[in-house]
Design a protein around this ligand. Structure first.
Ligand code: ADP
Ligand code: MG
Length: 399
């Protein structure tokens, strides 16, 4: 089985006065794991429902496997959905829950009836097909031992797997998943996360996976589509999204702890000024323009506090709070003295131990913000590419 490609073009949708989706374009390749991520309420479920045919767009076309399906009913679209609430039939055994989608699709009404059904000619072969499909899927998900149980006798993780199996039996061209892990506890969520990715690769299926959890998006996806306020802001690989967020809202949304955003100005010759000081960074923005600089917590360089002030990029940081993650430590600091600009740094625990041993005042550290790691955003919040990192000598020469 190979998955189908999906293409959403110029989708718009409103409910009454509120515009929920605006001009959404999204193309998912066949066999791709695409994650649609964004804050709660941004329109993810609405978009998924439009793709599934459970809702209609006001404008725009929905294409699955190269065919425009706007006029097709959900059952005709060769898709399967897995929701947060698994919606298993509570009175049916797992075996029958798994068989149901195939029975509904393949057996005529009379043949579905319990006793009379067995007398309908020609149905034996179809029933055998259903039962072998159920067997195959349950084997692939490791739930063969659960087939005779009712959903109430399953754990959350097992129920989740049955729901997945029910999506798999029809071998759909596209799997649509709406926050399918959010009912699981943290440990199980991590486990199922990797299982889902393995499954997707094994089936060579197309997944469109919806979540508000940026960690799920980062860890599972081939590509991520970030949605904000009804529009898709960026589509890229997890690595690209992290390293070069196209928009300051994306930068803020992806990454934990969140990126630091500091107000900046553009000085003469395009030199970036941060906290009132010239940085070794020249941007394409014009002098006088407002900008913001993003720097990831792990890119903040922390050293033991020194009395003598070092390079101009060095700041005294006052420690407000530390969070110990075991391997890493997160420091919540303020810099820039009176201004008390908040800054988060993340560093390996071992480094922190050394810094503490070498520092005098335990509440103070030295902080450096390396311009090589700056993400510069313009006044509208768009990433400004191709900044030039200068040496100190070159900075003098430029001015
Ligand atoms: P998400 O899945 O990203 O959390 P949704 O797609 O569920 O967001 O909802 C997006 C917005 O559309 C929300 O503001 C929600 O209140 C609104 N909305 C969704 N469905 C309806 C509906 N049937 N009628 C009116 N408003 C709706
Ligand atoms: Mg939703």
């Amino acid at each position: 089985m190979t998955g189908s490609a999906v293409r959403l073009s110029k989708i718009a949708k409103g409910y009454g006065a509120s515009q929920v989706l605006r001009d959404v374009d999204l193309a998912v390749d066949a066999g791709e794991f695409m994650t649609l991520v964004g804050p709660s309420g941004c329109g993810k479920s609405t978009l998924l429902k439009i793709l599934a045919g459970l809702d209609q767009p006001d404008v725009g076309s929905v294409e699955i496997g190269g065919v425009i399906v706007n006029q097709q009913r959900p059952s005709q679209r060769n898709i399967a959905m897995v929701f947060q609430s698994y919606a298993l039939y509570p009175h049916m055994r797992v075996r029958d829950n798994l068989a149901m989608p195939l029975i509904m699709a393949n057996l005529p009404f009379v043949a579905r009836m319990p006793v009379i059904g067995s007398f309908v000619p020609g149905m034996g072969a179809k029933r055998r097909q259903v039962s072998s499909a159920v067997k195959e899927v349950s084997k692939s998900l490791g739930i063969e031992a659960l087939l005779e149980r009712k959903p109430s006798d399953l754990s959350g993780g097992q129920r989740q797997r049955v729901a997945l199996g029910r999506a798999m039996v029809r071998q759909p061209g596209v799997f649509l998943m709406d926050e399918p892990l959010s009912n699981l506890d943290a440990a199980l969520r991590t486990q199922v996360r990797t299982e889902l990715v393995e499954l997707q690769k094994r089936l060579n299926a197309t997944f469109l996976y919806v979540t508000h959890d940026q960690i799920e998006a980062m860890t599972m996806s081939d590509r991520i589509a970030v949605m904000m306020d009804g529009a898709i802001v960026q589509v890229a690989t997890p690595a690209e999204i992290y390293a070069a967020p196209a928009d300051i809202r994306v930068a803020r949304f992806i990454g934990s702890p969140p990126i630091n955003i500091l107000p900046a100005e553009i000085g003469e010759a395009g030199i970036v000024r941060l906290l009132g000081e010239r940085q070794r960074l020249r941007s394409v923005l014009r002098a006088g323009e407002k900008a913001q600089v993003g720097i990831r917590p792990e890119d903040v360089v922390v050293a033991a506090h020194t009395q003598t002030r070092g390079a101009s990029s060095s700041h005294e940081g006052r420690l407000r709070l530390t969070e110990n993650l075991g391997n890493d430590i997160i420091l919540h600091l303020t810099i820039a003295g009176e201004q008390q600009v908040p800054l988060t740094a993340r560093l390996p625990q071992r480094e922190w131990t050394t810094i503490q041993a070498n520092g005098g005042n335990p509440d103070l550290v030295q902080v450096e913000l390396p311009p090589e790691r700056f993400l510069v955003f313009d006044a509208a919040g768009r990433l400004v590419p191709s900044n030039e990192v200068l040496t100190s000598k070159r900075l003098e020469a430029v001015l």
